[in-house]
Design a protein around this ligand. Sequence first.
Ligand code: MG
Length: 388
Amino acid sequence: MVTCTALIVAAGRGSRFGGPLPKQYALLGDRPVLRHTLEAYRSTSEITGLRVVIARGDESHYRNAVSGLELPLPVSGGVSRQQSVLYGLEALVGESPQLVAIHDAARPFVRPADIAACIAAVATSEADGAVLGTRLADTIKRTDAAGAVSETVPRSNLWRAQTPQVFRYVALLKAHRDASALGTAEATALTDDAAVAERFGLKVMMVEGSEDNRKITTADDLARGIAMESRTAFGFDVHGFAPGNKVMLGGIAIAHTHMLSGHSDADVALHALTDAVLGTIGAGDIGKHFPPSDKQWRGVSSDRFLRHAVDLLVARGGRIVHLDLTLVCEAPRIGPHRDAMVDSIARIAGIDPSRVSVKATTTEGLGFTGRREGIAAQAVATVETPRR
Ligand code: MG
């Protein structure tokens, strides 16, 4: 088998990104951008080694991003991308893989199949390198300094270069060593590894990839870039009546001949909704987070349970799409309170009321709800979470 080490370049400072962290360490959904990139490479069976080049001072960000992954120590980058790649290549001299795949950490959407296609393009040909890219679809104009069009450039053989850029290791190392001896102006013009390779006469092929493999440049790219999946989960709860004069349902008090007894304020509706939301992220149930045996929850408002479940979802990069609640009881009548309950649940969950549904039914006098011994609640939560 051909050996191919991926060299992930994560040493940039991302001046256009503007967040508190360099973009490769910012969260894309529930994981740092760099982590997504590394996971794509770990899912590519043709990749036999993985090394990351980071900026000095980013060590703690790096450790956080790769925790649990067994990786060799990162390489410290240089003052420019080109120097960082050179340092990374020099760090591989000991293992000397046959091929090296250079990849920008800020391209987390790369598909393993495209990485493999670039590796195959070099491994099965005489080429020295292969670059993933897309053909230009837009019409290309050249302008003068004042912005007036001077030419429409034929686009038939024009490509946008992405990463990975896969090369024969020894050839690329030599090209980068030679490039490091060039003057600043000439070196600065070599904006990717393929340009370095081309400058020293290496043969580089383009491999057609996907527009999805875009680079994260701005915070907006992060927000748009998360591949989400929808999940649905169910919650169910029952509380019995006890002597009293009001019940809590969906966070509002409704006058009644009894109260509900049990955990906290016994808001059976919020408890069922909490379990449904927890279910969407596999986070157990309300009893796990707020044990009924724990005295601190006695009598408290159940708002905090639903809020806690939503917070856990949001911390994973998720959001609620819809909450659907069905209350099962003969009394009190729910209809007159439905709108207030919808508004209350929406407020607690931090979503628009249009995303909340409250329904009610009786059991025609049958069973414990029919005997007016208590209230049952069923809830369905639909959410979006980042795809894992
Ligand atoms: Mg309960």
